[in-house]
Design a protein around this ligand. Structure first.
Ligand code: NAP
Length: 343
């Protein structure tokens, strides 16, 4: 009989519930056997929906459960490091939503534990690598058909943020996706990084910078700029264009029907295209492919997706961005030497 991976989920918020549904309904070769959350009621509600075990707020108890073979971590960012380390205590497989942690030092500890075990057990939820648009951009860049890449112009715009959001989280929680996808697209590493404060939007007067601009230079000399708006007042809008020597590649907008009709000067411009506001919809297919691939690779005995090293590099770049804020200086993106395990 085919292997069925038994998964436990830590964190039953927005993406925790979504991944639970995905694993139960869409991902072959896996099932969720237990859930937990800081708030016991959230775990109980998700467990009741699928008739599975709730550990309530006993997240560590759930990780220790011998029936749980793999742990999906979908709790809030500051909790990731501790739950990953707890999972590695039992040498279990771990899928950790981005970011792997909120700073590089924590990620080094995770890698040190993996090196001690001698096996990659952790995959990080950088799902954009599984998006058809980004994948096709990478295929074209790697083919060399339009020459070497020179520049990336990207933007990450979110509608709004929850309470407690801080300026640094614009990097550690939001732009972390770009910090991963840009080095993946280019097949290059960062040399240095800078975060620039620009004119502030009246959409955000809640104590955090919005927008911010992230500037990165790579070892091969590419230049990247990423506009980071965490409260844009209109939608979830992700853009990316890579300028190469003999052409460009650009991320397509998500599938949406363009409607054309007789214009009404008062309320209808005649041509409209819906704008998404929910990240769950924008990358829905990428999340499916990501978890399908993760389960297949775990069941085959070796993970193939973004590793703890990738989570670490994104955090090193993120630390440099946050350290540079207000200095008008580029900060070096200095990683430790890449261990053999991640090569
Ligand atoms: P969310 O809706 O706030 O869900 C997080 C859940 O974790 C909440 O139920 C929260 O409880 C719970 N929690 C808080 N502290 C905890 C603790 N110490 N132990 C266990 N559970 C705890 O947030 P979300 O949007 O689902 O995001 C969850 C994670 O996924 C974040 O790290 C985020 O960066 C990541 N994410 C990734 C993507 C992606 O594109 N890959 C998209 C969305 C989110 P309370 O409500 O009581 O705090």
């Amino acid at each position: 009989m085919d292997k069925i991976l038994k998964i436990g989920i830590v964190g039953c918020g927005a993406i925790g519930k979504d991944h639970c549904r995905r694993i139960m309904e869409t991902v072959p070769g896996a099932t969720v056997v237990a859930v937990s959350d800081y708030v016991a009621a959230a775990a109980d509600e998700t467990a009741a929906k699928y008739g599975i075990r709730s550990y309530g707020s006993d997240c560590k108890g759930m990780i220790a459960d011998p029936e749980v073979e793999a742990v999906v971590i979908t709790s809030i960012d500051p909790t990731h490091h501790d739950y990953v380390m707890e999972t590695l205590k039992y040498e279990k497989w771990c899928f950790c939503e981005k970011p792997l942690s909120q700073n590089a030092k924590d990620c080094e500890e995770i890698m040190a534990r993996e090196l001690e075990i001698g096996k990659k057990l952790v995959q990080v939820g950088f799902m954009r690598r599984y998006d058809r648009g980004y994948a096709e951009m990478k295929r074209i860049i790697d083919s060399g058909e339009i020459g070497a890449p020179l520049l990336i112009k990207a933007c990450h715009r979110n509608v709004s943020q929850g309470p407690g959001f801080k300026t640094e989280n614009g990097i550690t929680n939001v732009a972390i996706h770009e910090l991963d996808i840009c080095r993946w697209l280019l097949g290059d590493e960062y040399e240095d990084a800078q975060c620039v404060r620009v004119r502030q939007s009246s959409n955000s007067n809640k104590g955090y910078d919005n927008p911010q601009v992230v500037l990165l230079r790579t070892k091969k000399g590419c230049f990247i700029d990423v506009e980071v708006q965490v409260a844009d007042g209109y939608g979830y809008d992700i853009q990316c264009e890579v300028v190469c020597e003999n052409g460009t590649v650009k991320l397509p907008d998500p599938y949406a029907v363009v409607r054309r009709s007789r214009p009404d000067p008062a309320k209808d411009p005649g041509e409209t295209m819906p704008i998404m506001t929910d990240w769950k919809e924008r990358f829905i297919e990428a999340y499916d492919i990501e978890l399908i691939n993760w389960v297949a690779s775990v069941n085959a005995g070796a993970i193939t997706g973004p590793s703890a090293w990738d989570g670490y590099v994104a955090c090193v770049a993120g630390d440099a961005c946050n350290a540079s804020r207000g200095t008008s200086q580029f900060m070096k993106v200095e990683t430790i030497e890449k261990p053999e395990l991640y090569k």
